[in-house]
Design a protein around this ligand. Structure first.
Ligand code: SAH
Ligand code: SF4
Length: 363
C-alpha cells in the first residue's frame, strides 16, 4: 500500500500517471489531503466512485499518530508524534499575537552530537519519512481546527524540532514543497524556516532546490570553540559557513540570515565573544536570535544569567544588528528549544538508542 502523504505534488502526479490517471486527479486528491485534512477516500466527494475504489485498493492516507497532546501554561502546545516501535518525536505550536508558529522535527534523534543539545545526546535513530514530517503539520492543523478553509492558525513553520533537516535532505525538500504548494498548505517562503547546524554543501543545494528562510545555528564566534560545541564545524569551518550564507542570500526570500546563538554561562557569553562575533559576521546581512540555554538532565552547561544575555545583545544591537532574545516557551512541558527529547531516564538506552521510548518520557 502506498501512503499518499509520502509524495509532494510532482511525486503524486507521477504515481497517478502510473495508475493510468490524469494529473488533475492527483491535484484534487492533494487538495483533499492537505487543504481539507481528509484521510478517507470516501469523503473525497468530487472524485468518481471508480477512482475512489481503485485508490482504496492501492493506497492509504496515513498520517503519523498523535501519541499525546499537552498545553503549556504559556500557551505552547506540544504534540508527541508516534514514529513506530513505541517511539516518538515532538512538534510544538507556539501562538503569538500576529502569528502561529509550528516547530517540527525532521529526524528521530540526531547524529551531529552538539554538546548542548538533548536530541544530539540521544544519538541518531532514523530519518523521518515525508509523511511523518508533513504529517506533523497535518495533525497540528487538525488538532487546532485549522482545516476546512478556516482562518490560518499555523502561519509559520520552523524546522527547529528534533534532528538536522539538511541531513534528511530529500524528505525535507518534499515536505517543504508541500508546505509552499498552493494546492496543499500555501505558505509563503518567507514564513517557512529551515534551521541548520551548518552543513555547507546542503545549504548550497537548498538554495537551488527550495530557497526558504534560513536560520544557522552559530553558538560560537571562532572555530576552536565551535569545534567543541557543534562538531560538524570540524568539517565545515566558519569561513566556509559564512561564504555559504552569502551565497544563500542571493536566492533567499529574506535579505538576511538568522543566526541562532544558544547562551551558556561562562562558555560563549562574554563581551569579548560578542565582539568576536561582530567581526565574524561583518560581511553577512543577518539578525541574531539569542536562546538562553535550556538545561536537561546530565548536561554540564548552565544558562547565561538574564543580565549577561541582555549585555551581549546590546553589543550586537549597538553595532546595528537586529537582535532578539527568544522567550523560553513551553519549558514547563519540556517543549523549549533543545529540550525536545523529553526526559529520558535510562542513560544506557539513551546513548545506545537514539529515539525516545514513550514510556520513558516524563508525563
Ligand atoms: N538541527 C538544527 C535544528 C534543530 S535545533 C540545528 O541545529 O539548527 C533548534 C535550535 O535549538 C538550534 O539552534 C539548536 O542549536 C538549539 N538548541 C539545541 N539544544 C539547545 C538547548 N539545550 N538550549 C537552547 N537551545 C538549544
Ligand atoms: Fe542535531 Fe541541531 Fe541538536 Fe546539533 S543542535 S545535535 S544539529 S538537533
Amino acid at each position: 500500500m502506498q501512503n499518499l502523504l509520502d509524495f509532494d505534488a510532482d511525486g503524486l502526479t507521477a504515481w497517478f500517471a502510473e495508475q493510468g490517471e490524469k494529473p488533475f486527479r492527483a491535484r484534487q486528491v492533494l487538495r483533499w489531503m492537505h487543504r481539507s485534512g481528509v484521510a478517507d477516500f470516501d469523503a473525497m466527494t468530487d472524485i468518481a466512485k471508480s477512482l475512489r475504489e481503485k485508490l482504496k485498493a492501492r493506497a492509504v492516507v496515513a498520517p503519523p499518530t498523535v501519541v499525546s497532546d499537552k498545553l503549556s501554561d504559556d500557551g505552547a502546545r506540544k504534540f508527541l508524534i508516534g514514529v513506530g516501535s513505541g517511539n516518538a518525536v515532538e512538534t510544538v505550536f507556539i501562538p503569538e499575537d500576529d502569528r502561529g508558529t509550528l516547530c517540527i522535527s525532521t529526524q528521530a534523534g540526531c547524529a551531529l552530537d552538539c554538546a548542548f543539545c538533548s536530541t544530539g545526546k540521544q544519538g541518531f535513530n532514523r530519518n523521518l519519512t515525508v509523511a511523518e514530517i508533513i504529517g506533523q503539520l497535518w495533525q497540528a492543523n487538525n488538532a487546532l481546527g485549522a482545516v476546512h478553509g478556516d482562518e490560518r492558525v499555523i502561519s509559520n513553520v520552523v524546522m527547529m524540532g528534533m534532528g538536522e533537516p539538511l541531513a534528511n535532505y530529500d524528505n525535507t525538500i518534499a515536505a517543504l514543497r508541500l508546505m509552499l504548494d498552493d494546492h496543499a498548505y500555501g505558505l509563503s517562503r518567507r514564513r517557512v524556516t529551515v534551521s541548520t547546524s551548518g552543513i555547507v554543501p546542503a545549504i548550497d543545494r537548498l538554495r537551488e532546490d527550495c530557497p526558504v528562510a534560513l536560520a544557522v545555528s552559530l553558538h560560537a564566534p571562532n572555530d576552536a570553540l565551535r569545534d567543541e560545541l557543534v562538531p560538524i564545524n570540524q568539517k565545515y569551518p566558519l569561513k566556509s559557513l559564512m561564504a555559504a550564507c552569502l551565497r544563500y542570500l542571493e536566492k533567499a526570500p529574506r535579505d538576511f540570515i538568522t543566526f541562532e546563538y544558544t547562551m551558556m554561562a561562562g562558555i560563549n557569553d562574554s563581551d569579548a565573544h560578542a565582539r568576536e562575533l561582530l567581526a565574524l559576521v561583518r560581511h553577512v546581512p543577518c539578525k541574531f536570535n539569542l536562546i538562553p540555554f535550556n538545561p536537561f538532565p546530565g548536561s554540564p552547561f548552565r544558562r547565561s544569567p538574564a543580565d549577561r544575555v541582555r549585555r551581549f545583545g546590546e553589543i550586537l544591537i549597538q553595532a546595528g544588528i537586529v537582535t532578539t532574545t527568544r522567550k523560553t516557551r513551553g519549558d514547563d512541558i519540556d517543549a523549549a528549544c533543545g529540550q525536545l527529547a523529553g526526559q529520558v531516564r535510562d542513560k544506557t538506552r539513551r546513548t545506545a538508542g537514539g529515539v525516545i521510548p514513550i514510556q520513558e518520557l516524563r508525563s
